[in-house]
Design a protein around this ligand. Structure first.
Ligand SMILES: *[C@@H]1O[C@H](CO)[C@@H](O)[C@H](O)[C@H]1NC(C)=O
Ligand SMILES: *[C@@H]1O[C@H](CO)[C@@H](O)[C@H](O)[C@H]1NC(C)=O
Ligand SMILES: *[C@@H]1O[C@H](CO)[C@@H](O)[C@H](O)[C@H]1NC(C)=O
Ligand SMILES: *[C@@H]1O[C@H](CO)[C@@H](O)[C@H](O)[C@H]1NC(C)=O
Ligand SMILES: *[C@@H]1O[C@H](CO)[C@@H](O)[C@H](O)[C@H]1NC(C)=O
Length: 333
């Protein structure tokens, strides 16, 4: 009979341990600030012993977001809302890969390495088809529909059946990107392409493009624009005829100071390609009411350590910007 008090004392000790383990985290305000551990935000300054202890417990759960985020490695915090969950059941990332509702999940086709996303209207489907053909099976594809037509795509294009379709009338690429490309949802993809639908891709292949981007360590890039054909806005993004890629418009007429935007550290908004880490940061810059994306291109540089080295225009794989005003046709221009 003397066993009972011993057991209940043991139980209390255990309970105390469990409470002690879970409460500091959920009650310490600096763990609750809602910044994801991979956000790369500089505000991550929690130095209490509890948080770094928990951080070490949690850290292996989160993808090693490259060597640049050393500052957060020791103090990775739980995602907002996960405060009460034990580490083993926190799922910190997802993806945009279609899953089957039958069979064993382990036999599903693997998540692709890269992500292609485009804002599209049905009228431009021929060009969108041509574009998708230039992307290999290593890409998951997401189409953002601004004109309400979605199922029609499946009737015409086999690849459409394996794409994710998101529909919201008259919304822009940035509206969709903010809401459907959360960094922890696209975290499995090494690169995210956020493209317009009106690009001529005769001289573009995605795999070759990515090879160049990797070789030169570009965090944010775009294909060069063929100025002999389409529309061009900035000299720096015009395709050069020498080499794989270029980083600045040094020596250009409009670039007396090559260290300023748009002379280096710059890509345009119509065909940007982001590394996982760069996208984590850019996503935070997109504001809810930012309709056209104006000004974003002049601020992308904030999302890399060394803009003059980590931005590039890929010349060997280039596109033509047709500048078709398709979304504008959906209502008031
Ligand atoms: C973070 O801590 C470092 C070193 O203790 C300090 O220099 C820096 O100002 C702090 N940053 C913030 C945002 O509190
Ligand atoms: C984390 O990233 C750094 C730099 O890229 C690398 O050296 C290190 O091996 C990585 N650690 C793990 C556990 O993947
Ligand atoms: C990351 O931290 C390790 C150990 O503190 C240090 O040796 C290394 O130089 C740091 N790397 C960067 C990129 O700051
Ligand atoms: C889609 O593009 C491919 C390659 O250009 C072409 O062969 C195919 O016919 C196109 N599909 C349709 C339905 O137009
Ligand atoms: C670009 O594509 C067009 C159309 O396919 C082709 O005629 C041209 O030779 C290509 N240019 C280069 C440099 O490959």
């Amino acid at each position: 009979m003397r066993l009972v008090p011993v057991l209940s004392a043991l139980a209390m000790v255990l309970l105390g341990f469990v409470l002690g383990f879970s409460f500091p985290a959920s009650m310490t305000p600096n763990l609750q600030c809602g910044v994801l551990p991979w956000s790369g935000s500089g505000a991550a300054n929690s130095s209490s012993s509890e948080s770094s202890f928990l951080g070490r417990l949690w850290a292996p759960l989160f993808r090693n977001s490259s060597g640049t985020s050393n500052a957060t490695s020791g103090i990775a915090r739980r995602p907002e809302g996960a405060g009460r969950l034990p580490p083993g059941i926190v799922v910190s990332e997802s993806d945009l890969h279609l899953r089957r509702s039958w069979g064993s999940p382990s036999q599903d086709a693997p998540v692709r390495k890269y992500l292609l996303t485009m804002a599209v209207g049905y009228k431009e489907r021929a060009n969108v088809n041509a574009t998708v053909q230039k992307f290999s099976d290593n890409f998951d594809v997401v189409l953002f529909h601004y004109d309400g037509h979605t199922t029609e795509w499946d009737d015409e294009f086999q690849w459409s059946k394996e794409a994710v379709h998101v529909s919201a009338r008259k919304q822009t690429k940035w509206w969709f990107a903010k809401r459907f490309l959360h960094p922890s949802i696209v975290a499995p993809y090494d690169y995210v392409f956020l493209w317009d639908e009106d690009l001529g891709v005769d001289n573009f292949t995605a795999e070759a493009y990515i090879e160049i981007v990797k070789k030169h360590g570009l965090e944010i890039s775009q294909p060069g624009l063929d100025a002999t054909k389409g529309h061009k806005a900035y000299d720096v993004s015009v395709k050069r005829n020498s080499g794989d890629m270029h980083k600045t418009d040094a020596g250009g007429k409009k670039c007396p100071d090559v260290h300023q935007r748009p002379c280096s550290g710059f890509v345009e908004v119509m065909a940007p390609v982001f590394s996982r880490d760069a996208w984590r940061c850019v996503w935070h810059m997109i504001q809810n009411d930012l309709v056209h994306g104006w000004g974003l291109d002049f601020n992308f540089w904030r999302c890399v350590d060394d803009p003059e080295e980590q931005f590039g225009i890929v010349d060997a794989q280039y596109v033509v910007h047709h500048a078709v005003p398709t979304l504008r046709d959906q209502g008031k221009g």
